[in-house]
Design a protein around this ligand. Structure first.
Ligand code: GDP
Length: 234
């Protein structure tokens, strides 16, 4: 858990010569230890679902996108982040959506990108998905950061590694969030976090761990989201 730890400034990739494999960009920050969730209970409005990554959304505001493999816990995390259990649908039948879901908070949009890694996806489904995501990553002028979800229990899949490449190529700020830490003991989760960060070539400041079920790491993630959009409160 990274509660209370603050990253060392907003370096453009960390200034370590660019040889680490993490997606580049200013890392998210964890401004305050043990603070309450600053996004809990803020007004949230579902704007809509859009197939076109270039869709114009008014008013223009910074965007934070959430992405991850199907069933990683993305809907649950989004709901936990804003303290609204029923906001994003928790999946019963994954694999249907190829739409970008926009949620308006007062000073930012949370963008729920479709999950990847469906066993039954066809080749053309995969190509369409890739086009949607690369289109989104490349064209959104107000995209302030990507929250990339990975299940702490599993090694990165082929699709996770492909997503990692897309994120690296996008040069967008990325925070990798390991989900479902309640499935492991505290010490096993800490070890896994380190292992996964190393395996993915991510700086320790670019990773954090959460349990949406128990609210662990959620306030820190909310603070990171606010910091990533320039510190304006929600
Ligand atoms: P999505 O497909 O990525 O949107 O994943 P969902 O949010 O629908 O979650 C998939 C499954 O994981 C559901 O059964 C959730 O209840 C479960 N889940 C999500 N977050 C957590 C968590 O933090 N802990 C545990 N134990 N289960 C979780």
């Amino acid at each position: 858990m990274k509660a209370g730890r603050r990253t060392g400034g907003q370096a453009d990739g960390g200034g370590d010569g660019g040889d680490r494999r993490g997606a580049r960009g200013a890392p998210f920050v964890y401004p305050k230890p043990d603070a309450p969730n600053p996004l809990h209970g803020v007004p949230v409005e579902f704007v809509g679902s859009f197939p076109d990554p270039r869709v114009r959304i008014d008013p223009p505001l910074p965007e934070i996108a959430l992405i991850g493999r199907s069933n990683v816990g993305k809907s649950t995390l989004l709901n936990a982040l804003v303290g609204r259990p029923g906001l994003a649908r928790v999946s019963g039948s994954p694999g249907k959506t190829t739409l970008l879901n926009f949620y308006r908070l007062p000073a930012l949009y949370l963008v729920d990108l479709p999950g990847y890694g469906f066993a039954r996806a066809s080749k053309s489904d995969r190509a369409g998905y890739r086009k949607l995501i690369t289109g989104y990553l490349q064209t959104r002028e107000r995209l302030a950061g990507i929250v990339w979800l990975l299940d702490i229990r599993h090694d990165p899949s082929k699709e996770d590694r492909e997503m990692h490449e897309l994120l690296i190529e996008s040069h967008r700020p990325v925070l990798a969030v390991f989900t479902k830490t309640d499935k492991l003991s505290r010490s096993a989760a800490a070890t896994r976090e380190r292992e996964l960060a190393e395996r993915l070539g991510l700086h320790p400041e670019q990773v954090t761990s959460t349990s949406s079920r128990f609210g662990l790491g959620i306030p820190e993630l909310a603070s990171s989201v606010i910091a990533a959009v320039g510190g304006e409160n929600s």
